[in-house]
Every structure is written in structure tokens, then in C-alpha cells.
Design a protein around this ligand. Structure first.
Ligand SMILES: Nc1ncnc2c1ncn2[C@@H]1O[C@H](COP(=O)(O)OP(=O)(O)O)[C@@H](O)[C@H]1O
Ligand SMILES: [Mg+2]
Length: 401
């Protein structure tokens, strides 16, 4: 049976091959291999580590969605010394009692079993306090990390503050790290949470990447994915990507992934501005995209949309690749031209090699962006594995609905 649509993972595998990459470089999965330590990510990590040694209280790490807070936190977890016990809570939409139970579970602290609904805070607080004292006695630290902490209710925040009350004469026994979106800062600044605010010993707001860092980030991910030659993004597209993504790594991943797929679907070896803009319209809210375009481009985009070039009636692949009808149409077109799929190998010699470095556009881009890969580099053919897409046949549009 012919599949009605490409699974997204398969498409990514195909474009990765096409660009000579070992794997898709812009997955939004948090893969530590792809970690890019910008100055600001480094600083955020330093703040978390500082909190570890400072003897209790709260550390706040805030930043826009997708800025890399959880990524930094994972990095932090890897660096925590053995003598430190960690409780990590990433779903903080909890009541006070649920929170206390989760904290005990995370620290492996036993507590009395109660009928559902009958447990009280004390059921958990007493054994937890005993645990904190006992571990302190043998030289261990305890850290409670709460991710997405902007979802905490005020009474849970107050309970957390009470938990930091436990102290010996030289130090508090529990270090709490709150990680969350920017509104967390405002929450903590509210008059009702003054006492908590006074216990914040370090805070850091993780800003988005600068234009330069965005370019470095893109190059970094491509390099980790196995790109050795010039990158397929033209110089001015990097600027454009930065603008469209506001320097937010997750948005950069979404856009670059879709743009590479778009280039692949169009049989292009470079990503130009029009591919980026088209990809942006697919992955982001239309109003955001047009707001970041100069007026002339906005008018052009509007004309395009009115001409019916966007989305109308093209539903193929919606299940597998929602929001990219133009792409699916292209891929289906390429599929129709492609030979019937041959399992495991299209002979490499039978397909033309794609030579990125010999593309004048890439050369200009590399020169303009001061890439060390440089335009002058000896032409680098993408490996034979990067044959133009031998896309498996798709069901005709009528079957694909
Ligand atoms: N410093 C970084 N290095 C590599 N990838 C990153 C980095 N920061 C963010 N990302 C990418 O962006 C995605 C979203 O980051 P995440 O840490 O979940 O953001 P946040 O927690 O701030 O919402 C990650 O899964 C990862 O793919
Ligand atoms: Mg997160």
C-alpha cells in the first residue's frame, strides 16, 4: 500500500541525506550533542552552579519559551556533584499536598500512606525535614529544581518558602531553583510574595541569541550533524532567520528545519530568502511573519496569498506535516518524477553530485558572512549519499484525503 503522506521523520532523513548530513540538524528534541554554549547560556549555567554552593534560598532562571532554560538545566544536572541530592519537578501544576508528595518521591523519602484525599502537608513535611537534616549531617546538599515554575500557584510558592525555613545555625538546608517564563519574575515581585523575594540569592534572565550568535548556532548545529563544507544558508538568510525567530533557539530550529526541507523539495542546494519566508509562513503565526517583513515584502506576500498560492485546497500530507501544503505538493511532484523506490540503494553514480561549494551563491554567502569555510575553499561535493531526492511514490491527491 502506498502511504498517503510522508511521515515527518522520513522526510527529515531524506533531506539530511540530500545535504550530506548524518542526521537532521534542527530537531527540537533536547539532544545534548547539539548543545551550543553561547555566552548567555554559559552565564545561566554559572548562576545555577553558584546557587549550589551558596547555602539555601532560591535561584531564579527565567527566559522566553524556547530560549534554552531546560537545556541549561540539563547541563547543570550533569555537573551536579555526587554529594548533592536532586529533586526535579517539571510539571508544577500541583496543589500544595501534591507538591510535597512529589518532592518526597523525588528525594526517595518514605511517607505514610493515607486514603486518597486524607493526606496533609505534615505527612510529607516531617519526613522531608528529617531527611534534610540527616543528609546535611553526612555532608550532602539538597536541591529542588522546579521547571515551568510560572505555573506554580501562590500557595505552592508560599509552601516552598516555608520549606526553605529549615536551617542549621550556619546554613539553610534546601536550595530551590525556579525555572520559568518571564512572568515568573513578575509573580515573585508581587507584594504577597515579598518574603520569598527576599530569599532569592541569584537570578538570571536568559535572553535570546544575538544575530551573530544565531548564525553561530546554525553553523554549530549543522557542523554537529556532519556538515563539513559551506553551510547551505545564504548570508542574508541568516539575518532574516534571526529576525523571524527573534534569536530564540527553538524557533530557529523550527524554521531552519522547514527551510532545509523546502530547499530539498524544490531541488535547491541552497536556502535563499524566499525559501526562508515561505517556511516561516508555514511554521509561525502569519501576523508575526508579516510584522517582521519590510513593507514591500509584506505586499508581495499578500499578493502571493491572494493569488491562491498558499494552502488552498492542498491537504495532502496534512496529517504528517501539518501546515506545509506547498511542500507536500512539491514533494508529491518530485515523487511522480522519481523512479519507483528501490529498496536500500539508488546507485550513487547514477545521480548527479550536488556541489555546494561551486555554487556562486554559497561562495558569496560564505565570503559575506566571513565564514572560515570560505568561498575559496576547494569545491566540496556532498557525499554520494546526498543524491537528489528519490522520493517514494505518494498516493495521488484524491487518495490522500
Ligand atoms: N544552548 C542550546 N544549544 C543547543 N540547542 C538549544 C540550546 N538552547 C535551546 N536549544 C534548542 O531549543 C529547544 C528548546 O529549548 P528549551 O531548553 O526546551 O527551551 P526552554 O526551556 O527555555 O523553553 C531545545 O530542545 C534545543 O533543541
Ligand atoms: Mg523548558
Amino acid at each position: 500500500m502506498v502511504p498517503a503522506a510522508f511521515p515527518a521523520a522520513m522526510l527529515r532523513g531524506m533531506y539530511a541525506d540530500y545535504f550530506g548530513l548524518k542526521q537532521p540538524p534542527f530537531s527540537i528534541a533536547p539532544d545534548p550533542h547539539y548543545l551550543f554554549m553561547s555566552e548567555r547560556h554559559r552565564e545561566a549555567l554559572a548562576h545555577l552552579l553558584y546557587g549550589l554552593g551558596s547555602g539555601g534560598g532560591f535561584v531564579l532562571l527565567t527566559g522566553e519559551i524556547g530560549a534554552g532554560k531546560t537545556t541549561v538545566c540539563r547541563c547543570f544536572l550533569e555537573q551536579i556533584p555526587k554529594r548533592c541530592n536532586v529533586a526535579y519537578i517539571f510539571n508544577p501544576k500541583l496543589t500544595v499536598v501534591e507538591l510535597m508528595r512529589s518532592v518526597c518521591d523525588e528525594f526517595l523519602v518514605p511517607y505514610p500512606e493515607r486514603e486518597p484525599g486524607a493526606a496533609t502537608v505534615t505527612d510529607y513535611l516531617d519526613p522531608l525535614n528529617a531527611f534534610l537534616l540527616r543528609t546535611h549531617g553526612v555532608g550532602q546538599n539538597n536541591v529542588l529544581i522546579i521547571d515551568e515554575a510560572q505555573s506554580l500557584s501562590p500557595d505552592v510558592l508560599e509552601q516552598l518558602r516555608l520549606m526553605t525555613n529549615l536551617e542549621t545555625h550556619e546554613r539553610k538546608l534546601l536550595q530551590i531553583i525556579l525555572i520559568g517564563q518571564p512572568e515568573l519574575r513578575d509573580m515573585v515581585a508581587q507584594p504577597g510574595l515579598q518574603q520569598l523575594a527576599q530569599r532569592v540569592i541569584a537570578r538570571f534572565h536568559l535572553e535570546a541569541l544575538t544575530e551573530r550568535e544565531t548564525a553561530q548556532y546554525i553553523r554549530h548545529r549543522l557542523a554537529v550533524a556532519g556538515m563539513t563544507g559551506p553551510i547551505p544558508f545564504l548570508g542574508d538568510t541568516l539575518q532574516r532567520i534571526h529576525r523571524l525567530c527573534r534569536g530564540v533557539p527553538r524557533r530557529i530550529n523550527l524554521l531552519c528545519d522547514r527551510a532545509l526541507l523546502g530547499a530539498y523539495a524544490s531541488g535547491k542546494v541552497v536556502v535563499d530568502r524566499s525559501i526562508v519566508d515561505k517556511a516561516a509562513r508555514e511554521v509561525f503565526d502569519a501576523s508575526e511573519v508579516s510584522a517582521s517583513m519590510p513593507a514591500t515584502s509584506r505586499r508581495k506576500a499578500l499578493r502571493l496569498a491572494l493569488a491562491g498560492g498558499l494552502a488552498i485546497g492542498l491537504v495532502v500530507g496534512a496529517a504528517a506535516f501539518a501546515g506545509a501544503p506547498w511542500l507536500m505538493e512539491r514533494l508529491r511532484g518530485r515523487a511522480a518524477m522519481a523512479p519507483a523506490p528501490v529498496p536500500s540503494a539508488t546507485p550513487a553514480a547514477s545521480v548527479p553530485r550536488v556541489n555546494l561549494a561551486s555554487s556562486p551563491a554559497v561562495a558569496a554567502s560564505a565570503a559575506a558572512s566571513g565564514s572560515s569555510d570560505a568561498a575559496s575553499a576547494a569545491p566540496t561535493a556532498i557525499s554520494p549519499a546526498s543524491a537528489p531526492p528519490a522520493v517514494p511514490a505518494l498516493a495521488p491527491a484524491s487518495q490522500a484525503h
